[in-house]
Design a protein around this ligand. Sequence first.
Ligand SMILES: Nc1ncnc2c1ncn2[C@@H]1O[C@H](COP(=O)(O)OP(=O)(O)OP(=O)(O)O)[C@@H](O)[C@H]1O
Length: 287
Amino acid sequence: MSEATTGDKRVKRDDDTAVALPGAGAVDLSSPVVLQADGVEKVYPNGTHALDRADVAVRRGEFVSLLGPSGCGKSTLLKMFAGLEEPSSGRIVRPEAAAKGRRDMAMVFQEATLMPWARVTENARLPLDLAGVPKAEGNARVAEALQLVGLGEFGRCYPRELSGGMQMRASIARALAVKPNVLLMDEPFGALDEFTRNRLDADLRGLWEEQKELTVVFVTHSIYEAVFLSSRVVVMAARPGRVIADVKIDTDAPRDEAFRVSTQFIDYCRVLSEHLVRANRGERGVH
Ligand SMILES: Nc1ncnc2c1ncn2[C@@H]1O[C@H](COP(=O)(O)OP(=O)(O)OP(=O)(O)O)[C@@H](O)[C@H]1O
């Protein structure tokens, strides 16, 4: 058994699936951990201290946002979860992936990154073709994923024929077609106008609610977006990048337009905002 110190809290840890988190009481402890950053530090070769001893655990079926200002290490942490970056010290654990011998993860970036010369269906089928999924099965999966993101009628279009929001939907369909257990999203709607972004947030939340076991880790700068989407928000601060708070968005309220203007929504925004302000003043967050 080891012991971790997080702020003024001490959290006992007795196996790989236990969590050491600021505010660990906010986590639904009944689901297994699918991703865990355990004392993870990242110093890039140029000396930038991107992340300082981060302890973050994500459980199956959670929608967790990584929220914080530019440069606080959100993308770095997400990339380490994806296996695209290695920690300088500490470790990333993916207990389910380790048990199955494969990582059922997909990543969505800020840019839709579609091949301009290929139709939407061909774009969405690419990872399946690369994985050797038989054509008929691949086509069926792509059709289902396009339906899920509301692009059922647009499979034959080229990316240039789609709006920015529709391109992002196509990018999400490409990720969903691989049937990931874990969806990693790096500010996917950051480049979109506010109306489109709100609509895609609502659709993404609906999609996550339908896919009972889907785990989402979502990077954002936006307090509003984090509160609207998430079951839990990991708040981060910069210089060096670090986790300062972990806040469960504990409400049964439907995530709809009424929620966006509810007292509960505004209260959660205030809580997150206070954590960020305190961190900027150099104080520790309250978990
Ligand atoms: N490959 C790299 N080499 C050197 N420094 C890097 C590299 N990638 C990121 N950084 C630096 O690490 C710090 C954290 O970057 P990261 O992109 O993880 O932050 P972020 O919170 O996602 O920021 P943003 O919201 O602006 O994308 C920043 O200071 C950034 O300049």
